[in-house]
Design a binder for this molecule. Structure first.
Ligand code: DGJ
Length: 726
């Protein structure tokens, strides 16, 4: 809700207040973001400064107006603010650096970059104008009351008669006063995505993000700024994300007066985006929340926002993917064998991964040639599609639409569509090149080629892969090109979604290399990582859970020894970890032993019974798996049905099992806990929150029995949690 009281602008969500002030000099000062305050007290937060700080800058004639320690809603370089600025615009040779408040705009539909539904409770704009140029800057806000989320994005409108160059345009700026904070980012690499790293925020500037044209496995756009005593269960923190899949930036600065400036947005290195006269540029949307209930509280808010506003809910099949079962070595007969077995086991979709098209027998050829390989599929895509339909299972198919192999028919006819230097210092990745998605004819080609296959094979599911990053880029400015590329990508994804409303598109980029809110606007879930080893996955899924809900994470049961880590792991642990999200499998199901088959069938049945709740399921981390020996997750499918997963990295002999405190229960209700060596018992929510669940002892040795929990190395157990009254 927005309240405008003279010079104060106050946003309220269910549990938070965000307050701003229009100053006497027409700047927008940031006053407060945090736990909900009484509106009438907000004026008491206005900082009083009457004395000049030595060496400080102030507005001429007003010593109380100290620019160097004022919290601003948005900042501009070369205006006396010694902190990094949010915006740099250039108009010919001169920098456009001064913007003043113009007006508040309400009740108008605001432009956004992405097409997600975004049912905000209120949208408004603070319009700023430049005193000496015809350039307008709009600071846009959207408020999601129940989720305690506020989103911000910025629009530049060039009313002048000259080109404007956008050198930097952060989507969000939050200036906080004082306090000791940690910055928590989610970093990694291929097969090691979103590992949590915590650093204390010291004087100076910390810049992170991606320069690769993709949101990247190296640094996810989601991050947290937390008071240094905040953990998952308690304490204060702010969390941020960006609805964007391209190069992005996270900037956190601690200034000499202990203030913290936090910004995120499109990557500014090499941005130089040319905005012609009479046009506007809309930045990606930044998402933020505040929680005083620890990082679980911030995650809960973010998850709700994503579930309600970003992801279009689509029916999610239980899928069997062929990648690790056969890699490129596939045939119609083998796929039919898999389809038969998949039907018996209860799978609902078979997804044919890489290798079905062109001359694709390894990863060196054929990207772009999206027609079936008749040696492998003599009856064509229609043949296998018809077979699946008869068997009552849906067919899914892999594409890597944004790529082209030099060894392809597409390259022979359209070499100019590839982003390629054609010289001796040519750079490639996985031997392939990126298609120029800024070209309409490229997008049209892809749409036609893909829709032909989708219609021909009666395809219900597409896995959309992206396996290399950018090196060569076209056009005057790399940053401008990369941004236009992402707009082209979104246009194609939207066109497919609009024209095939039943189609489910899985996001993938060598695993979770483009795990972001931009992709989630078009794909209801993303392949979390190519690393399917349960221990690695426990890290990756826990890291991912800070910013993204369970329903966004696609997990597969895969073979042991694991193909990425060569580690061995029992099937019950493999199934238990894969169950925490969207569930699938990529083992060769025609070669399972009886125990594996039984475990996977049980997982499918359990998953089917819980799936209707998955879109709004909640996950809480009851410890910190990055620091501790156990990963402990409380998953609430709805108000009354939950699971507790405990994953032990290393067995510790003679170790007393921990008492696990639960989170966000109905305190007066009785809960029943059962499973994994624990005879069913009942206890109140308040006791589980305030004292905890006493895990059964983990025996090792002669006394083991069926009732004994065996949490050996790399083992997970799952308990059932049921609320039984009110
Ligand atoms: C990378 C993906 O993450 C894998 O799951 C698989 O689809 C391969 N690409 C296929 O080339």
């Amino acid at each position: 809700m927005l309240t405008i009281k003279k010079d104060l602008f106050i946003i309220e969500t269910a549990n938070t207040t965000y307050a701003m002030r229009l100053t006497d000099h027409d700047d927008i000062q940031h006053l407060y973001y945090g736990k909900k305050l009484k509106k009438e007290d907000i004026k008491a937060l206005i900082p009083k400064r009457e004395l000049l700080l030595v060496n400080s800058l102030y507005m001429a004639g007003d010593v109380s107006y100290g620019i160097d320690d004022m919290s601003f809603e948005y900042s501009f370089a070369h205006r006396g603010d010694s902190r990094p600025s949010a915006c740099i615009l250039r108009d010919g040779d001169s920098e456009v650096f001064d913007f003043q408040f113009d007006k508040i705009i309400q009740h108008v539909k605001l432009d956004k970059m992405t097409a997600a539904s975004h049912d905000s409770d209120i949208d408004f704009t603070i319009q700023m104008k430049c005193p000496d140029k015809d350039i307008v800057l709009r600071l846009n806000f959207a408020v999601f009351y129940d989720s305690d989320v506020i989103t911000r994005w910025v629009e530049v409108v060039n009313h002048s008669d000259k080109n404007l160059s956008i050198e930097k345009l952060m989507s969000n700026q939050l200036d906080l006063k004082g306090g000791k904070y940690n910055l928590i980012t989610f970093d990694g690499a291929w097969a090691r995505e979103r590992y949590k790293t915590t650093k204390s925020i010291q004087y100076g500037t910390y810049n992170a993000g991606s320069l690769t044209g993709m949101s990247s496995p190296e640094c996810n756009p989601f991050f947290i700024v937390a008071k240094n005593n905040c953990d998952n269960m308690s304490g204060e923190c702010y969390a941020f994300n960006l609805v964007y899949s391209g190069s992005h930036k996270i900037c956190v600065h601690r200034d000499t007066f202990e203030g913290i400036r936090i910004m995120n947005g499109i990557q500014d290195e090499g941005l130089s985006y040319t905005l012609p006269p009479c046009q506007s540029f809309v930045s990606p949307e930044s998402v933020m929340t505040y929680s005083c209930k620890g990082m679980n509280g911030a995650s809960l808010n973010m998850h709700e926002f994503v579930q309600k506003n970003i992801v279009a809910q689509r029916q999610i099949p239980v899928m069997l993917n062929t990648w690790e079962a056969m890699y490129f070595d596939m045939s119609e007969d083998k796929i039919k064998e898999i389809v038969d077995k998949a039907v018996d086991m209860g799978f609902e979709s078979v997804v044919i991964d890489d290798g079905w098209f062109g001359e694709r027998n390894d990863d060196t050829t054929s990207l772009g040639d999206w027609f079936v390989n008749k040696d492998k599929f003599p009856q064509g895509i229609k043949g296998i599609g018809d077979y699946c339909r008869k068997k009552g299972i849906s067919l899914g198919i892999w594409f890597e639409p944004e790529m082209i192999s030099v060894s392809s028919k597409l390259y022979s006819s359209h070499p100019d569509w590839a982003l390629k230097n054609n010289d001796i210092r040519d750079i490639t990745g996985r031997g392939q090149y990126i298609l120029d998605m800024t070209k309409k004819e490229v997008r049209d080609y892809l749409y036609d080629a893909m829709s032909f296959v989708i219609e021909e094979g009666n395809i219900g599911y597409v896995k959309w892969d992206f396996n290399r990053r950018f090196a060569e880029i076209r056009g005057k400015s790399g940053g401008e090109y990369l941004h236009n590329y992402i707009l082209g990508l979104y246009e194609l994804l939207k066109r497919l979604n609009d024209n095939f409303p039943q189609l489910v598109i899985e996001g993938c980029a060598s695993g979770g290399g483009r795990f972001d809110l931009g992709i989630l606007c078009f794909c209801p879930f993303i392949w979390t990582s190519d690393n399917t080893n349960p221990l690695s996955r426990a890290y990756i899924q826990e890291g991912t859970s800070y910013g993204y809900p369970l329903s966004a994470m696609l997990n597969h049961v895969s073979a042991s020894p694991n193909h990425q880590t060569k580690r061995l792991c029992d099937i019950s642990t493999r199934s238990a970890v894969a169950m925490q999200g969207v569930f699938g499998c990529q083992e060769d199901i025609t070669k399972l032993d009886a125990k594996e088959e039984e475990s996977i069938v049980n997982a499918i049945n359990e998953y089917k019974s819980l799936r209707k709740y998955l879109s709004f399921a909640k996950i809480y981390r009851l410890g910190d798996g990055f620091d501790e020996n156990d990963f402990v997750w409380q998953i609430m499918y709805n108000d009354s049905e939950g699971r507790l997963l405990i994953y032990r990295k290393r067995f510790l002999p003679d170790y007393i099992n921990p008492v696990i405190r639960l989170y966000n229960l109905d305190r007066d209700a009785l809960y029943q806990i059962e499973g994994a060596g624990c005879k069913s018992f009942k206890v109140h929510g308040s006791t589980l929150e305030d004292y905890g669940f006493v895990m059964p002892q983990n025996y090792m040795g002669n006394n083991t029995s069926d009732d004994t929990t065996m949490l050996l190395d790399d083992t997970a157990v799952v308990y059932k949690l049921t609320k039984i009254n009110n």
